[in-house]
Ligand binder design. Structure first.
Ligand code: ZN
Ligand code: ZN
Length: 288
């Protein structure tokens, strides 16, 4: 049945926002199914980490990569403080005692709470975002991993291996997302809010795929996030821009899309974000 055209919708407007969002929801369900077998693999590796790092920087690199994988999987760690068990992230903080760093579970409860204090890595148990135990994380995987993870280099290597495995599994999902993006090209939803809602959902999925958009500006081509910003002048009350970092590390925006079709989704190519090399210290000295 043909969809009724709203008077304000020109012929290039899309199917209803609701239906498009439903399609993206189905893609995420597919993603969750594809990633489920990884839960056991990640749990097994986490159980073999022993926190024996050469420095706090090394420990933090391992934790950063762990957290990155947990974010992509939409998982957390269970706080090991007695009687707590909330879904948490693990942090590593410098101390002035003989052990120069300690591990804490961090969870937000209105405000951020740090729980526990371990001088070695506490037990790491995967839970979902609501803190529920995972159904299949108890089963150990087939066991191709033979190297013990006794130091940070081994740990990083094993975690990078996990991410590569995830990327291979997610390849069909990446194709689905690219197809959804191709359907968006040159079109628009009828309100700023609708365009933004779709974009938010899209960026959420891309975050889990660890992908960004390639900037169109000739000579730039940096990976970035797509923004839909209100516009005071021009034919459309909004405009699409790519937000990325300049070579000097500052946030900057490049306009994207064609001038004769303002306010339309541009054609978009997916690329890997500027790679963070977890084996090297981070450039910024921002505390985690
Ligand atoms: Zn806790
Ligand atoms: Zn650019």
């Amino acid at each position: 049945m043909p969809e009724r055209q709203r008077p304000s919708d020109p012929s290039d407007s899309l199917e209803s926002t609701k239906r498009f969002l439903k399609g993206l929801g189905a893609i995420e369900e597919h993603m969750d199914r594809v990633l489920e077998p990884m839960h056991g693999e990640v749990q097994a590796i986490f159980e073999r980490l022993d926190g024996n790092c050469d420095s706090i920087e090394a420990a933090r690199r391992v934790l950063r990569l762990m957290q990155h994988l947990l974010n992509r999987l939409r998982l957390r760690l269970e706080c090991q403080c007695q009687g707590c068990a909330r879904p948490s992230s693990l942090l590593c903080t410098r101390t002035k005692t003989t052990q120069p760093w300690r591990f804490y579970f961090s969870h937000a409860e209105g405000k951020k709470v740090l729980h526990g204090s371990w001088d070695t890595l506490p037990p790491l148990k995967l839970v979902d975002l609501a803190g529920q135990a995972l159904s299949n994380s108890q089963q150990s995987p087939s066991g191709q991993l033979v190297a013990p993870l006794e130091n940070s280099e081994h740990a990083l290597e094993a975690l990078v291996g996990i991410e590569e495995q995830m990327d291979r599994l997610l390849e069909p999902v990446r194709v689905e997302i690219q197809q959804a993006l191709d359907r968006l090209a040159g079109k628009r939803f009828s309100t700023l809010d609708a365009n933004r809602r779709v974009l938010r959902r899209m960026q959420h999925l891309l975050g889990r795929l660890w992908l960004e958009f390639a900037c169109h500006v000739p000579g730039c081509e940096r990976p970035g996030r797509l923004r839909c910003n209100p516009q005071r002048t021009g034919a459309q009350p909004w405009a699409f821009k790519i937000e990325h970092y300049s070579p000097r590390g500052k946030a900057c925006w490049h306009p994207i899309g064609s001038k004769d079709k303002p306010g339309r989704f541009p054609s978009l190519q997916l690329v890997r974000p500027a790679d963070e090399d977890y084996r090297r210290p981070r450039l910024s000295n921002r505390e985690d």
